[in-house]
Structures are given as structure tokens and as C-alpha cells.
Design a protein around this ligand. Structure first.
Ligand SMILES: [Ca+2]
Ligand SMILES: [Ca+2]
Length: 126
């Protein structure tokens, strides 16, 4: 993104930073701004992201100028984390046991097993 301030001197100089709209997560900010040439900024990650922990971020890029009565602007943007297959299915128990009478018919219910993913909503029976 490119940021501009047409004022002269300190009133035209500014600094920008990233804020997280989720105030509870503000102390664990996963993004930062990298100032490129002139007034061009790149938004870059500052740590690894995990879609299973947080699937999207609403970030604000806040810029304040150096004028005597500093003026500021915020531009909000959304970053969606695309899923990758980084979790293997996991069973919900360490050990399953079952008892079944002999001479059973084909299709006789033995036990239910299931696996879970990171999200409880995605728990599925096999
Ligand atoms: Ca200004
Ligand atoms: Ca994943």
C-alpha cells in the first residue's frame, strides 16, 4: 500500500503501524509493516499463522503525521488464512475395546470410533 500526506515539513511526515481489531489478540500481533521506498509499505507476517487457531484477521493500518496537532488515519483490511492440510485425523480415544458374541451376523455393530480435527464442529464418526 502507498500512503501519502501532501503537507510540508513535519506535518507531511508520518509513521504507520498495524493494529488488530480484536483487542484481546492485540498483544500477539502476527503482522507488521515493512517500509519500502518512499511511502510504500508492505504488510508482512511477523510469526507463523495457524488457520485452525484463527482463520481471519481484521487489521488496521494506522498512520499519524508529525504535525503540531498530529492527524491520523486508519485503513481497515481483512486477511483470510487459507487452509493447508497440516493435521492428520486423530482418534478421540487412545484405546478402544469391545466385546462381541461369536457367531454374529455380518454388519453386527461392534463399536463406534471417531476422529477429531482441531475444530469440534468437524468431529466425524467413521
Ligand atoms: Ca499532515
Ligand atoms: Ca489446516
Amino acid at each position: 500500500m502507498i500512503v501519502g500526506d501532501p503537507d510540508r515539513g513535519a506535518s507531511g511526515r508520518f509513521n504507520c503501524s498495524v493494529v488488530d481489531r480484536d483487542a484481546a489478540a492485540a498483544d500477539r500481533l502476527h503482522f507488521r509493516l515493512r517500509r519500502m521506498f518512499g511511502a510504500e509499505y508492505h504488510l508482512v507476517t511477523s510469526s507463523s499463522l495457524d488457520r485452525e487457531r484463527r482463520a481471519s484477521y481484521e487489521l488496521g493500518v494506522a498512520c499519524s503525521d508529525g504535525g503540531p496537532e498530529s492527524l491520523s488515519s486508519v485503513k481497515w483490511l481483512r486477511v483470510d488464512v487459507t487452509d493447508v492440510n497440516d493435521n492428520a485425523p486423530r482418534f478421540d480415544d487412545e484405546l478402544y475395546t469391545a466385546d462381541i458374541y461369536e457367531n454374529n451376523y455380518n454388519g453386527k455393530f461392534v463399536l463406534q470410533v471417531g476422529y477429531r480435527t482441531m475444530s469440534p464442529a468437524q468431529t466425524m464418526a467413521c
